[in-house]
Design a protein around this ligand. Structure first.
Ligand code: GRF
Length: 263
């Protein structure tokens, strides 16, 4: 099935919105149109001067997953893909940590995976690394970039190239407790409920439009570890669910809000 991408949402052919070129013009693409390529996508417009609609090069929706840690969310995504719950394939798994269990998970599952050196900074990619990440994801022709425990801030060029197509999983009920060790922040603050959030990535820290959340009670006897364990279970439910909804073209971005077409 062909998917049509717009900013922050994907729709099946026929419901698509245009992307790029000239946002004020509309045109109806068909599968028979000659196509020109760019940014790892094929444009459905007649020629490069027309407004274009972006679509994946093959029939399946393609995921690129970035991570730095244990890889439990990657495993949950891969399970959901293999069960057929996510109508997509994982075509790229990339880590900034060479010996991350995240990469070992991918290898065990037979998913194409690679370490790409993040460069000289601790919390972000340097310019050369950013280009290398972009190139690898474009080579894999990903439709959606999933940050599953990727511990670096992505900004500028990366978000421009994959505009509206990068999501993140965060271990709190955003906008509460953005940043590091969110489950500890929640426990220290004394909230009675916390949870997990899937959101689009924008230039801020954990500040993009929210796609899915699950709420969990904080128990009196909770330690950071016990709370995190339950948050992880919630993450493993909402992240695959959100990806599936995006791959089916059910998620639409309306300003800061996301709306589900078939909730
Ligand atoms: C998750 O808790 C996620 O919310 C955060 O990083 C952690 C990754 O865990 N962004 P894993 O590597 O998927 O097990």
């Amino acid at each position: 099935m062909t998917r049509w991408a717009n900013f922050g949402g994907w729709a099946d052919k026929g419901e698509q919105d245009q992307h790029n070129c000239n946002p004020s013009e509309k045109h109806q693409p068909t599968l028979e149109r000659p196509r020109h390529e760019g940014n790892g996508f094929v444009c459905g417009a007649l020629d490069a001067s027309l407004p274009c609609v972006l679509m994946a090069n093959s029939d399946s929706f393609r995921l690129g997953v970035l991570g730095s840690g244990r890889g439990s969310n990657l495993a949950a995504i891969a399970d959901a893909v293999s069960r057929g719950d996510i109508p997509a394939e994982i075509t790229a798994v990339i880590s900034d940590v060479q010996d991350a269990p995240f990469l070992q998970h991918a290898e065990r599952l037979g998913i194409p995976s690679q370490f790409i050196d993040p460069g000289k900074y601790r919390t972000k990619l340097d310019d050369a690394a950013e280009q290398a990440y972009i190139a690898a994801l474009q080579l894999a022709r990903v439709d959606l970039v999933v940050l599953a425990g990727f511990m670096r801030i992505l900004k500028g060029e990366f978000l421009r190239v994959f505009e509206g197509r990068v999501i993140n999983i965060h271990p709190s009920l955003l906008p509460s407790f953005p940043g590091l060790e969110a489950w500890k922040q929640a426990l220290d603050y004394g909230v009675k409920y916390t949870g997990a959030t899937v959101h689009f990535v924008d230039q801020g820290i954990d500040s993009g439009a929210i796609i899915a959340q699950e709420t969990l009670p904080v128990r009196d006897e909770d330690s950071p570890e016990s709370l995190l364990e339950r948050i992880h279970s919630a993450e493993h439910r909402i992240l695959p669910g959100a990806i599936a909804a995006i791959a089916r073209g059910e998620v639409e971005l309306q300003g800061r809000r996301t709306v589900r077409q078939n909730p």
